[in-house]
Design a binder for this molecule. Structure first.
Ligand code: ZN
Length: 247
């Protein structure tokens, strides 16, 4: 059984389709798990929601999803993100809003807990410090958890031999994590629609259930196609440029 794990699609349909194609080409997928922020920033929120709803079996909500339906204030967003959130809100139909509203912030699925940010602040907190990792792990009741939000593929390993009780590792293209239930892990598959680790390729992960492994994959997609649509929509310039930079 193979499950694709994706996060932060951010209304980038070209990236989403490239990731789904890549995953299916490797071997047929049995399920897709989504870690939130399906919309926000990108030019095709409705199309991405429709495509994700076809394939996703488990999904948690992200801060940009909630902002797009008016259930989270954009006061703490930077001006570009807030402008994109207002634009996104105008695109969504009632059925899109109802779907987003129906999504949980935290889901347990077998040995995994899924959350967009951290288990301390599910839609807000970025898991990229020791302090956040510790707070998250203290609340993690399953051996493994999956997070998004930072758009950076990351592994957190809990182990008392590390000075902070855990260690954070960057996961590069092709990196495979072996799931060993004797030590708790947190995995971030990176961002599909707006990578931020300096590599502009879309990032996602495949969970091979029989092997007990999760592997990171990077996929090239037609960045210019998404940028063109963003320009036509009048979305902020920096949001368009950053896709080429992976920042
Ligand atoms: Zn995001």
């Amino acid at each position: 059984m193979r499950i694709a794990i994706m996060s932060d699609v951010h209304a980038n349909l070209a990236a989403l389709e490239a990731v789904l194609r890549d995953a299916e080409q490797r071997k047929a997928l049995d399920a897709v798990w989504c870690l939130g922020d399906m919309v926000g920033y990108g030019p095709q929120p409705r199309e991405c929601l429709a495509r994700l709803r076809e394939v996703v079996s488990v999904c948690v909500v992200g801060n940009h999803d909630l902002a797009a339906i008016g259930h989270l204030s954009t006061e703490d967003f930077n001006p570009d993100a807030a402008a994109a959130a207002r634009w996104t809100a105008r695109q969504l139909a009632e059925a899109d809003r109802e779907y987003i509203y129906s999504l949980p912030q935290v889901v347990r699925e077998g040995d995994f807990t899924l959350v967009h940010g951290t288990l301390r602040w599910p839609v807000w907190e970025y898991l990229y410090s020791y302090e956040a990792a510790q707070a998250h792990l203290r609340r993690q009741q399953t051996p493994f958890s999956l997070v998004g939000h930072t758009h950076v593929p990351t592994l957190v390993v809990e182990d008392g031999r590390y000075p902070y009780g855990c260690e954070l590792f960057y996961l590069e293209d092709g990196a495979t994590v072996t799931l060993d239930p004797s030590r708790r892990l947190v995995i971030n598959p990176g961002g599909v629609g707006q990578p931020r680790d300096g590599d502009p390729r879309a990032s996602y992960a495949v969970y091979d259930v029989e092997q007990g492994t999760i592997t990171i994959h990077r996929v090239e997609y037609e960045i210019e196609a998404t940028q063109r649509l963003m320009m036509e929509a009048g979305l902020p310039r920096w949001l368009i440029q950053r896709l080429s930079l992976g920042r």
